[in-house]
Design a protein around this ligand. Sequence first.
Ligand code: NAD
Ligand code: GLY
Length: 314
Amino acid sequence: MKTIEVDLGDRKYPIYIGEAVLSDQILMDKHITSNQVLIVTNENVAPLYLKRLEESLSNASHEVLILPDGESTKSLDSLNQIITCLMEKKYSRTCILIALGGGVIGDLTGFAAACYQRGVKFIQIPTTLLAQVDSSVGGKTAVNHPLGKNMIGAFYQPCAVLADTNVLSTLPEREFSAGLAEVIKYGLIRDISFYEWLEENIELVIKRENEALTYIIERSCMNKAEVVAQDERESGVRATLNLGHTFGHAIETALSYKDWLHGEAVGCGMLMAADLSMRLRLLEQEQVDRIKALLLRANLPTKIPKGIKLRSNA
Ligand code: NAD
Ligand code: GLY
């Protein structure tokens, strides 16, 4: 097991990465310091991993809230459901919330933890690659408003992140590749030797070979942890984590957040950003081609979806 620390002074926390961390009772005992524990998960993840988590919580009594799958669960209604559950069970300020799922469950549960009684502890157990390398780390929590994504939220850090590489075995291929876009992003923004490693080893990653998985999650989290420690609230360097996201959001908006996954839009958006940089003479064509080749090998789209019209003022 690898451990990385997100160094935020008295709010610092560990990220544990490895096979079977979900079943690590010692790790759970260390971080579950309350007898009031609420696990929040969804109907897709619960049948796969809830039992495993409950078995490792042997010493703590707990409740479970299973929500519907999908982005629409990141809503004020779901937030209300979590808060109602906590209040009905008379959970105090020392309770702990556990998010078991992808970025949707993680963002929602984190925000609920930030709100309940002005802030209670929460643990992230991310089960998608995207959540393990990005959304579970760094404390961005939110729900969506009908007029905009992530519009209601808070910067609120978890007290631990447990990234179990075993759970990635059940992740659909498209979801896995979408997570890889964020992994490639770290190489592009600040870690060229990691980028070169990905170019050499992407096939091992695609095969989900455990050592390769542990390595990419570790290296991605290390990069994210360093950036977040420097600029927790995105007033400077943290904005580099948004590489490809401006073009990506444009694609997602044009598709009404349907058909393409977030990571797919970000992957294509990174290539569009590279292309723009080339037009501004900041990158060479050869470098753009290199980025495109890696995205293709990671099974990510490199052309904007058919039907989106490009408008030019030229
Ligand atoms: P998701 O949570 O919807 O999960 C994707 C799908 O995979 C879902 O159907 C889910 O049920 C399923 N799933 C999860 N784990 C599985 C497993 N182990 N095996 C099989 N299926 C599994 O999507 P996501 O891509 O994880 O996260 C997207 C969300 O994350 C968006 O809401 C986005 O805004 C947010 N996000 C947040 C940050 C941040 O910094 N907080 C960063 C990036 C994205
Ligand atoms: N996903 C971008 C960030 O956490 O800042």
